[in-house]
Design a protein around this ligand. Structure first.
Ligand SMILES: Cc1ncc(COP(=O)(O)O)c(C=O)c1O
Length: 436
């Protein structure tokens, strides 16, 4: 329940923005829509003065901590000395690409974008331009941004797992034309048969498969190394571009992202979120020959935009990547995540709740089930209602997270200071309340 000031703000906001919010997913209902006054480290303070330890981290971008002084100083220096943008190239363009390449050997050439959505659009267009093919495929349960073609999903919520019907494929909402689905196929994670069928039926016209090997929008459920290797090999055989969407996993799951964990390289990769510790920066890149199809020459793939490689974004990215590459920040994040996960595990065990964790410590999913889900349909079998009740109770007790087990717990460097005894205590209370 939010306090009186946030209720007042929401009633005022209704007059100015649809549902009173600047973005659909921020509306949590009349009693629960949160307005934040300030953020620092791993803490948020709402407009009624309540403080939360935050594991949502703005859906993942915060990798060091809110208002990280090192990153903010670099941005302030850039904008006061050099400006924000000029519509021309700068030396920082090259420097940031070099920094990304030093962490991610899958990148030979890269271009910038302003959001994960834009990075995915750029990668898909590049794949189509390079292969001269049209069809693309994605994995059930994944999310690749807010543009029409990617806004189709299997309706798992109203699907009957005990029945024989497949889930319906539906648009995320209104305004998405049916035609935008014509070139899209949705396959299930870790399903070998569906991969074989996809390549058999569409192989010659399949420009790209876009996937997150660790699904950041389905509780970090992950591809098996064997399945991902099989997919990689099929893509290579068929000349299909493997696009790994590292918008959530990039610079987070490991310094070199999910691709470092699997030891498998994509043809094209997208980055955003952790790349700039909360400043809006994104990128797509990969094989040099594929990326060289982008350009202002006849037949080249179009890429650009007024704010591309703006210097607020690039100075933040440069500082963030420098910290991740040259300090032990990432080890700290990994260790903090493992301790937080273990603390929660103890709480669930003590409460007699069957549970399992998915994904790496820096973005782990919690599933109330005996086995780690192998795909999105398995997720439907988990006790996600219990998770949601537990999450709402945690929020009441000052732990911020998304009340949906499809969103992982995000860890940043500043979480090293979390009082684990306090967390165990409030999680124990929250679980007791959720169960009752
Ligand atoms: C895997 C993935 N790709 C793309 C996007 C879209 O990124 P953005 O919200 O920055 O447009 C998201 C957003 O959460 C994401 O998780």
């Amino acid at each position: 329940m939010t306090g009186p000031e946030q209720k007042r703000l929401l009633s005022e906001a209704y007059r100015h923005m649809p549902q009173g919010v600047a973005e659909n997913y921020r509306y949590w209902g009349e009693e629960r829509t949160i307005f934040i006054a300030s953020a620092k480290g791993c803490e948020l303070t709402d407009c009624d003065g309540k403080t939360y330890v935050d594991f949502r981290l703005g859906y993942g971008p915060i990798i060091l901590g809110y208002r990280d002084a090192r990153v903010d100083a670099a941005v302030i220096e850039q904008i006061t000395q050099g400006g924000t943008l000029s519509g021309f190239s700068t030396p920082l363009d090259i420097k940031v690409v070099q920094q990304v390449k030093a962490l991610c050997p899958n990148i030979e050439k890269m271009r910038f974008a302003n959001s994960g959505t834009e990075a995915v659009m750029g990668a898909v267009r590049t794949a189509r331009g390079f292969t001269k093919r049209k069809q693309i495929a994605i994995v059930e349960g994944a999310f690749h941004g807010l543009y029409d073609e990617m806004m189709w999903k299997s309706d798992i919520e109203s699907w009957d797992p005990a029945g024989t019907e497949e889930p319906r494929v539906i648009p995320f909402g209104a305004g998405i034309p049916d035609q935008s689905r014509n070139l899209l196929t949705i396959i299930q994670l870790n399903n070998f048969e569906q991969l074989d069928r996809l390549f058999r039926e569409k192989g010659d016209d399949l420009a790209a498969i876009v996937l997150e090997p660790i699904i950041g929008n389905a509780g970090s459920i992950a591809a098996t190394p064997k399945w991902l290797r099989y997919l990689r090999d099929l893509c290579t055989q068929h000349g299909t571009m493997l696009i790994i969407d590292e918008v959530k996993t990039g610079f987070r799951a490991a310094p070199g992202g999910a691709q470092q964990i699997y030891g498998i390289h994509a043809d094209l990769t997208t980055y955003a979120k952790a790349m700039g510790n909360g400043y809006p920066v994104a990128a797509f890149g990969g094989r040099g020959d594929v990326m060289d199809s982008v350009g202002a020459f006849k037949g080249g793939v179009v890429h650009g935009g007024t704010y591309t490689a703006n210097l607020v974004a690039l100075s933040a990215a440069s500082a963030t990547l420098n910290i991740l590459a040259s300090t032990d920040a990432w080890t700290t994040i990994d260790e903090a995540g493992a301790k937080i996960r273990d603390t929660l595990g103890r709480v669930f065990t003590a409460a007699g709740i069957q549970h399992c964790f998915a994904g790496p410590p820096a973005m782990f999913g919690i599933h109330f089930s005996e086995f780690v889900p192998m795909n999105y349909r398995d997720w439907r079998m988990t006790d996600s209602d219990l998770y949601t009740r537990f999450a709402w109770q945690l929020i009441e007790h000052g732990v911020m997270l998304e009340p949906d087990s499809r969103e992982p717990w995000f860890i940043c460097e500043a979480h090293q200071s979390v009082d684990l005894g306090w967390l165990e205590d409030v999680a124990t209370k929250a679980m007791r309340e959720a169960k009752s």
